[in-house]
Write a protein that binds this ligand. Structure first.
Ligand SMILES: Nc1ncnc2c1ncn2[C@@H]1O[C@H](COP(=O)(O)OP(=O)(O)OP(=O)(O)O)[C@@H](O)[C@H]1O
Length: 261
């Protein structure tokens, strides 16, 4: 049985500030796991540790039981893909080309055949193009394949960014605040989409979702981890988290602080 991604007792400090303190969690295959918490709780730092942007001072990570030292440029080869806050799409490429860049590492023909225009690179390109089109179709945005991303509404661009991440055929997808900037209807549609990711026929993947929007997290997650001041203060199913007084206290405390400010 594959164990998926595990974080064991992760600690990160920035100068005298403790951003993560003894954080452990697991994202099992085919699960959607959410990380929530008030502002400054450590969510982004946790995401950055998994992507390899931040190295933890204490603790370790494992992927299917094997030690994992993430580096941003090596993630895709490990079967991990991510979307970042904002969409980060290439403005000079069409939607389809943007999605194809997500899978380009899987192309068998290398740089030289492509440069010489040899048939293997044509075949590769056709294969990549079809794969990207299939994903766009899956996400309901194939009609925008030839559009420039800048001409599209934000919610569609978000979907294109998701399609690009999925093009790498990840077994784990990291989503950083995917609901940021979306309206209520778009969030409902996004929830439906995220819930389906571990259940897709082709290339199902586990999801780790770092998100502010409680509604989205409650709707899609099998497990939720709640951070406050860098520590895990609760972990469990959405129902368990909803009824946990420590979680209410943390969010109430944050709301009171904001009101006072
Ligand atoms: N590069 C950094 N240098 C110094 N302090 C940092 C750095 N990155 C984060 N912090 C601090 O670490 C703590 C955790 O920040 P982090 O951004 O991970 O929280 P968050 O839960 O993502 O917050 P938000 O919901 O506001 O995005 C905060 O106190 C933040 O100010």
């Amino acid at each position: 049985m594959k164990r998926g991604l595990e974080l064991h007792h992760i600690g990160v400090h920035f100068g005298g500030l403790t951003a993560l303190d003894d954080v452990s969690l697991r994202v099992a295959p085919n699960q959607v796991v959410g990380v929530i918490g008030p502002n400054g709780a450590g969510k982004t730092t946790l995401f950055n540790v998994i992507c390899g942007f931040v190295s933890p001072e204490t603790g370790s990570l494992t992927l299917d039981g094997r030690p994992l030292r993430p580096r941003p440029h090596r993630l895709t080869r490990l079967g991990i893909a991510r979307t970042l806050q904002g969409t980060g799409l290439f403005a000079g490429l069409t939607v389809l080309e943007n999605v194809m860049t997500g899978a380009s590492h899987t192309a068998r023909a290398g740089f030289v055949p492509a440069l010489l225009g040899l048939p293997s690179s044509d075949r590769d390109e056709r294969r990549l193009r079809q794969h990207a089109l299939d994903i766009l179709d899956d996400l309901g945005i194939a009609g925008h394949a030839d559009a420039a991303p800048t001409t599209l509404p934000f919610a569609v661009r978000q979907r294109v960014a998701l399609a690009r991440a999925l093009a790498a055929r990840p077994r784990l997808l990291l989503l950083d605040e995917p609901a940021g900037g979306l309206g209520a209807d778009d969030i409902t549609e996004l929830a439906e989409l995220v819930r389906q990711l571990p259940r897709r026929d082709a290339d199902p993947c586990a999801v780790l979702l770092v998100e502010h929007h409680m509604d989205l997290v409650m709707a899609v997650c099998d497990e939720i981890v709640v951070l406050d001041f860098g520590r895990v203060i609760a972990a469990g199913t959405p129902d368990e988290i909803r009824d946990d007084p420590a979680v209410t206290d943390a969010y109430l405390g944050a709301a009171v602080d904001e009101a006072a400010a």
